[in-house]
Design a protein around this ligand. Structure first.
Ligand code: COA
Length: 273
């Protein structure tokens, strides 16, 4: 193959956004910027000499866990081994950093690529969607900076490892709601508002959080819910969401980092877990 893989630069964002639009993904420029700024030497693009034809990102949470995300290949260049080459570049990089567990969230097509590269299924989740309630005409509620704390101990119990630095970056582009027993965010995307992460130690707290987060948007809303969290699914039904896509969480590495799905009412994003 005569295409080049190189480190993703901030100037690559317009090209990456074009791939997002062509594949119907929800990301905006700040989503890319956040990923690149967090891992400036560990996100990659495939270039054909003129334009970007493939992207991938990695996000490390210490050395215990890392995520691979944003795997997109230009339609005209598919089935030429580009995704495989990009993933192998990520794996090489993450192995050099001695990461013990590597996870990703796979679309059905992505799964066909990753299962050949040694990734195994962990659990599946659905993307749930609620159509715009524009007639409500509710104003956006922007939570002041001082309220934008996060319950880091509970988050670690839910997610499996500490991810405070990443959450801080995410909070800068999100509306954050926090109670003593849980916290949640909602941020804007190209197609829809996106709820996540939402972490709560009881269904009652989760309900308050979801209620508050939904009250801050009148747009179509996406919400990615781990299939094993039945309380979260009941809330999604209650608030009028429908499942629209299935994704599979997959992993590879020395040992699986465990998480507590009873505490996870929304993942943060398929690109970062
Ligand atoms: C999924 C995606 C990234 C794959 O990119 P790609 O460069 O075409 O993948 P590769 O050429 O490296 O595929 C490697 C192998 O995976 C399997 N595979 C990939 N795409 C496949 C498809 N559409 N149908 C069946 N098998 C497929 C094949 O075995 C392929 O090897 P082969 O072509 O020699 O048979 C690309 O289809 C894409 O961007 N899709 C839209 C966005 C998306 O779903 N991204 C994945 C996020 S998890």
């Amino acid at each position: 193959m005569h295409h080049d893989i190189r480190i993703f630069q901030l100037t690559d964002i317009p090209g990456a956004l074009e791939l997002c639009r062509n594949s119907g993904w929800n990301q905006l420029a700040p989503d890319w910027e956040r990923l690149i700024k967090h891992e400036p030497t560990a996100c990659f693009v495939m270039n054909d000499g003129k334009k970007i034809i493939g992207t991938v990102t990695t996000t490390c949470y210490g050395t215990q866990l890392a995520w691979i995300g944003m795997m997109l290949v230009h339609e005209k260049y598919r089935r030429q081994g580009i995704a495989k080459a990009l993933i192998n570049t990520c794996l090489e990089h993450l192995h050099s950093r001695k990461i013990r567990c590597i996870k990703l969230d796979a679309t059905p097509t992505g799964k066909l690529v990753y299962s050949q590269l040694g990734f195994r299924d962990e659990w599946s989740f659905h993307r749930w969607q609620r159509e715009s309630h524009a007639q409500d005409d509710r104003n956006m509620v922007v939570v002041p900076e001082s309220d934008a704390g996060w319950n880091l101990d509970l988050d670690k119990a839910a997610f499996g490892v500490a991810r405070g630095q990443w959450l801080k970056r995410l909070a800068n582009h999100s509306r954050v709601k926090r109670y003593r027993e849980g916290c949640g965010m909602v941020r804007e995307g190209y197609l829809a508002s996106y709820i996540g992460p939402v972490i709560a130690s009881s269904p009652e707290t989760a309900k308050h959080l979801i209620n508050d987060l939904l009250a801050s948007t009148n747009r179509t809303t996406f919400w990615d819910i781990p299939q094993p969290n039945r309380n979260a699914i009941a809330l999604a039904h209650h608030y009028g969401f429908q499942p629209v896509r299935t994704l599979t969480r997959m992993w590879t590495g020395l040992e699986l980092t465990q998480c507590d799905l009873d505490l996870q009412y929304a993942i943060s994003d398929p690109g970062t877990g």
